[in-house]
Ligand binder design. Structure first.
Ligand SMILES: C[S@@+](CC[C@H](N)C(=O)[O-])C[C@H]1O[C@@H](n2cnc3c(N)ncnc32)[C@H](O)[C@@H]1O
Length: 173
């Protein structure tokens, strides 16, 4: 409530949306997963429930109280308290280039283009060529893909989320 632009939603993603996000993730045997803006941790917990080993999960959360909560609900996972725009400095170098899927839960739609680029550049720096998954309540792409040098694809939609939500995949062109 203190920072609605940063939070984007007052309710966590529903189990239906979490399932759809998890279904779109890929990871090689030597790779990890990364969630940006993990909030209450519902998507991360769904990733773990689907069999992701906790030591292969990295989450980044800027709000200290939420990062502390994530440490409690994601035992064994790597919870990083910080600003995802500084991702290349926050993620241990050994994992750069070894991220199978990035899930971005930060509400990028609310940001100006230059700010969106900062997040996208940060993701691209640690997971080059992989793109990212993003979920949104918008009927159309929440990001101006062409302006950002991305290809956009709506992979899934669920009316069972409040509000109804889509899962988008963005890839560098
Ligand atoms: C819409 S909530 C998503 C929560 C959760 N992933 C879910 O699906 O319910 C957005 C989250 O992104 C976090 N956030 C916003 N800006 C951030 C930033 N620059 N770096 C890291 N986390 C950020 C917020 O604190 C909030 O927890």
């Amino acid at each position: 409530m203190e920072n609605p632009l940063r939070m984007g939603s007052i309710v966590p993603s529903s189990p239906a949306l979490c399932r759809r996000v998890v279904a779109q993730t890929v990871r090689g045997p030597d790779e990890a997963m990364l969630e940006l803006g993990a909030g209450t941790g519902v998507i991360s917990r769904a990733l773990l429930a689907a069999g992701l080993p906790p030591e292969r999960l990295f989450v980044v959360e800027i709000v200290p109280a939420m990062a502390a909560h994530l440490r409690r609900v994601l035992p064994g996972a790597n919870v990083i308290e910080g600003d995802a725009r500084a991702l290349p400095d926050l993620l241990p170098a050994a994992w750069h280039g070894r991220i199978g899927t990035v899930v971005c839960g930060i509400p990028l739609v609310l940001l100006p283009l230059a700010e969106q680029r900062r997040f996208i550049d940060a993701m691209q720096a640690v997971a080059p060529g992989r793109g990212f998954l993003h979920f949104s309540y918008c009927a159309t792409s929440p990001l101006p893909a062409r302006k950002l040098g991305l290809q956009a694809r709506r992979e899934a939609w669920t009316p069972l989320n409040f509000p109804p939500a889509s899962v988008w995949r963005y890839r560098p062109v």
